[in-house]
Structure formats: C-alpha cells, structure tokens
Design a protein around this ligand. Structure first.
Ligand code: GAR
Length: 264
C-alpha cells in the first residue's frame, strides 16, 4: 500500500478538473489530498471550489506584476537567485523571437514564480497539478519543483492530442483545423510549451453536427476521468520517466523488474 500523496494545484479559471480531482481524493479513488490551490487570477472560480472543501488558497496576481515591469522596468525586483543567462539557455518556449521579448517574458514570469514558490513553501507536496493554469512556467520555477530531474512532479492537462495543437486554445484549434478526432492529454511539464512527456490521452470523434461548444463538452468530460487516472498512477508510484518518455509500471510487475508502456 503506497502512502497517501499530497497534491498542490494551480488554476486560472473555473476549475472543473480541480473539482474532479478533489472528488476523486475524497472518494478514495486517488490515495491523496489536495493541500493547496494557487492562482494567477484573483477571480478564478477554482479558488471558491477549494474554499468549499477547506483547502487553503493563495493568489499571485501575474497581471499586476507584468504591469509593474512595463511601467518601471528599472525599479523592477527580480528574484535574487534569478540567473537570466541560465534561464534563457534552458527555456524552450521561444525560438526565433526578439531577445527583448524573451527577456521581458522570463523576467516577469520568474518574478511571479518566485512569489508562487514563496506561498507553496508553506506546504509539503508530492505532486503539483496544473488544472487549467494558463501561464507558461519557466525553468526558474520548474527546476525549483523538480528537485530530482529524473522524477518529474509537475503535471498538466491539455485540451488537444499533443503534440498537435499546443498553446492556449487546444479545442478551438482542433475544431478550426477540421479534425475528425479531438482529445486531451496529460503530460509532465518540461522547458517547452506543452511539450513534456505524455502520461495519458483520450480521444473523441468529431462529426459534422459538432460545434466548438459540443467538442469542448465532450473533451472536458474525458479530461475529468483522464486526469484522475493519471494522478492515481502517480500516487501508486507507477510512473517512470525515461529518455523523454513516460512508462507505466504494470501493477503485476510492481517489484520494478518490468517497465511496460501501457496506454492510459
Ligand atoms: C481545460 O480544458 C484544460 O484542458 C485547459 O483549460 C481548461 C480548464 O478547465 N488547459 C489548458 O488549455 C492549458 N494550456 P477547468 O478550469 O474547468 O478545469
């Protein structure tokens, strides 16, 4: 029997995935509990969901941090341990963009991330889940959470069948492209945008009668199941990251002698 895991969550919006995960913890389907909920958005309804379950919450207002930088870049406080060259070299979100844009992005995000970390330090957690958290995380943050590089512990859910359609509007991009199949993906975070190793995926058919709203509905219902299943695998210590891929340890071989690539 594995120990109960502590889960931290970051949300930006409505938090229906968060709700599904809280419910799975409370029903015992996941051997874990959500120990904090953080948000970049003071108005995120996900925060209210947490309060209803007596889960501590906090907000780091990214918008005001970005505004401060724009208004007064000279007076902007970067975290004392922020190394611009190191983060620039590691990040994989931007490729050919203007270095000034990248610099602005990394500085403002790292300042916000330092505040996230400051809040998160109050809690001990095994896994951090992004449940509709609409901010890219930089290597500054990722390296401070993934203390053991071979043991990633930041999970994300994305509304598309990655590696297709990364970015902010997975279902919209899938629909507008005219795909006949859509889906969702749970993956570990790496230094790129929605590019980390895939843990599980679910797909649904798109027919001529579908609208963007109807595919969002189909997709979200699958997300709620898939995210809980992937977190359950983490809680059972059955996920192994190797060479940029995630393998799922078959329960029958849980003495560690066999890595199997199963489909979630
Ligand atoms: C979900 O569809 C999730 O996949 C997506 O935001 C929605 C959040 O819904 N996440 C991303 O696009 C991350 N890039 P929820 O707040 O109701 O869980």
């Amino acid at each position: 029997m594995n120990k109960k895991i502590s889960i931290g969550a970051l949300v930006s919006g409505g938090g229906t995935n968060l709700q599904a995960i809280i419910d799975s913890c409370e029903s015992g389907a996941i051997n874990g509990s959500v120990v904090f909920i953080g948000s970049d958005n003071p108005d995120a309804y996900g925060l209210e969901r947490g309060k209803k379950h007596n889960i501590p919450t906090f907000v780091v207002d990214y918008r005001s941090i970005i505004k401060d930088y724009k208004n007064n870049p000279e007076k902007f406080h970067l975290p004392a341990d922020f190394d611009q060259d190191e983060i620039m070299a590691k990040q994989n979100i931007f490729s050919d963009d203007d270095p000034q844009i990248i610099e602005f992005f990394l500085a403002t995000r790292a300042a916000a991330e330092a505040k996230l970390i400051e809040n998160m330090k109050r809690y001990s957690f095994d896994l951090l889940i992004l449940a509709g958290f609409m901010r890219n995380l930089t290597p500054y943050f990722i390296d401070r959470i993934n203390i053991e590089p071979e043991k990633p512990r930041i999970m994300n859910i994305h509304p598309a069948l990655l590696p297709a359609f990364p970015g902010v509007d997975g279902y919209g991009d899938t629909f507008r492209y005219g795909c006949k199949v859509g889906g969702c993906t749970v993956h570990f975070i790496d230094y790129g945008e929605d590019s980390g190793p895939i843990i599980g995926q679910r797909a649904f058919r798109i027919t001529g009668n579908d609208t963007l709203d109807s595919i969002k509905k189909k997709g979200l219902e699958l997300e709620w199941e898939l995210y809980s299943e992937c977190i359950k695998l983490f809680a059972e210590d059955r996920l192994r990251a190797k060479s940029g891929r995630v393998f799922i340890l078959d329960r029958a071989f849980s003495n560690g002698c066999c890595l199997k690539q199963q489909v979630v």
